[in-house]
Design a protein around this ligand. Structure first.
Ligand code: UGA
Length: 423
């Protein structure tokens, strides 16, 4: 099949290259010339495990352009993979979805063949039919579900394992209305072996929000139980081992610690809260999920102060800046409130991350960045573990004060003074 992908962020690029690997021809469209050049030279615009190899392997099956016309005219299906950031009040900002819809509509006005538009960006239920559809219809002068196909197909890719997730999904959700679009999308996804759920468009949009909100809830729940366990002298990891053995519950996403970050959970839960309120609902659980998550990283500082009551002038090491391991992404990373709190306490910070230093430096140019994790250990009075990178399991923590937000076992065994955030 011939596919165009609007937006070459991590969802767009992984999805597009995944489709290329499945023998489709893919054209990426992006407004950022740098990204277009990178993709055309076979280089990923973001760091994602296994992606560069796949890009090299499939070089003949894709290219990138800034020209919507060229991409849409020469393909049968367009996936909208642009970002949906938060506005100040937490609600979803649809400006990129709207501008992509306008651009698609303009091209469709001149296209004779049936074309399918698939929204992959995470959008609040109702957006595809109430925002995307009228824009494309107005600009193209055509009717959705008759003259062109329209669908919503949420993504469930995790950063860091997105390539693997593309080829081995737990499920594929296809939100459609017209039969033609349904059968073309089923054909496209045929090579992927997993349950496929066909729903209406709004349901597909909600499945994505409900999934992310539930996973975020699991984490905040684990953290709340963890905070209680810590006071009771109980190891919360053993508790959730026991809890997770119940097949109705499942063990994943119960890793207690300093909470969730990333470009999705915080943003999506907040957007769902705003939407619920707009509808006259009070989403108490979702609000508590965010509150627990905002308080959790600060626990690390409280625990540090237990051992070094006066932090002013002390040198504190921060291990890990990315919002999770195997990514250079620092969006909503728990390292941000932690570094802010340390700066308020007047400490000197020395930080290290295997991939995210360049991104973090843009936000915090005033702190020192070490060239290795060993350097952080050697030069600091105490160490905070913020991201559980594998290499932190190989460090020597002998003689150190370590406050651990992510459960690094070696630190737990070796440190002179060790505090886990919830254990
Ligand atoms: C998340 C979802 O897992 C994907 O299914 C979804 O497609 C994606 O959002 C999205 O909406 O695009 P991602 O943000 O890449 O993926 O990262 P996760 O692996 O889910 O981790 C999110 C955060 O939760 C990280 O900060 C991680 O450290 C934290 N976390 C995760 C915990 O604190 N405890 C856990 O048990 C699991």
């Amino acid at each position: 099949m011939k596919i165009s992908i609007i937006g070459s962020g991590y969802v767009g690029i992984v999805t597009g290259i995944g489709f290329a690997e499945l023998n489709n021809e893919v054209i990426f469209v992006d407004v950022d010339e740098n990204k277009v050049d990178l993709i055309n030279s076979g280089k990923p615009p973001i760091y994602e495990k296994g992606l560069e190899e796949l890009m090299q392997k499939n070089k003949e099956r894709y290219y990138a352009t800034m020209d919507y016309d060229e991409a849409i005219m020469n393909t049968e299906v367009t996936f909208v993979c642009v970002g949906t950031p938060s506005k100040e009040d937490g609600s979803i900002d649809l400006k990129y979805v709207e501008s992509a819809s306008k651009a698609i509509g303009k091209v469709l006005a001149n296209k004779k063949d049936f074309h399918i538009v698939v929204v992959k960006s995470t959008v609040i239920p109702g957006t595809t039919e109430d925002v995307v559809k009228p824009i494309i219809e107005k600009k193209s002068g055509k009717k959705a579900f008759e003259d062109f196909g329209l669908a919503m197909n949420p993504e469930f890719l995790r950063e860091g394992s997105a390539v693997n997730d593309f080829f081995n999904p737990d499920r594929i959700v296809i939100g459609v209305k017209d039969e033609r679009t349904k059968s073309i999308l089923e054909e496209l996804y045929k090579p992927l072996n997993c349950p496929k759920l066909v729903t209406d468009i709004k349901t597909a949009e909600m499945i994505k929000y409900a999934s992310n909100a539930f996973l975020a809830t699991k984490i905040s729940f684990a953290n709340e139980i963890g905070n209680i366990c810590k006071k009771l002298g109980i190891d919360v990891y053993n508790v959730f081992k026991g809890v997770g053995l119940d097949h109705r519950i499942n063990p994943a996403f119960f890793k207690a610690g300093i909470g969730f970050g990333g470009s999705c959970f915080p943003k999506d839960v907040k957007a769902l809260i705003r939407k619920a309120e707009e509808l006259g609902e009070e989403p108490k659980i979702l609000k508590a999920v965010i509150e627990v998550n905002e308080r959790q990283p600060l626990k690390l500082i409280e625990l540090l102060k237990k051992h070094i009551p006066n932090l002013r002038g002390k040198k504190i090491g921060v291990l890990g800046l990315a919002f999770k391991p195997d990514t250079d992404d620092i969006r909503e990373s728990r390292a941000i409130p932690i570094v802010e709190a340390l700066l308020r306490e007047g400490v000197e910070i020395i930080a290290y991350d295997p991939k995210a230093i360049d991104n973090f430096r843009k936000l915090f140019p005033q702190i020192e960045y070490a060239s290795s994790a060993e350097d952080v250990i050697a030069k600091s009075d105490a160490v905070l573990i913020v991201t559980e990178w594998n290499e932190f399991e190989k460090l020597n923590y002998n003689g150190k004060i370590v406050v651990d937000g992510r459960r690094v076992e070696k630190a737990m065994r070796e440190a002179k003074i060790y505090e886990g955030v919830c254990w």
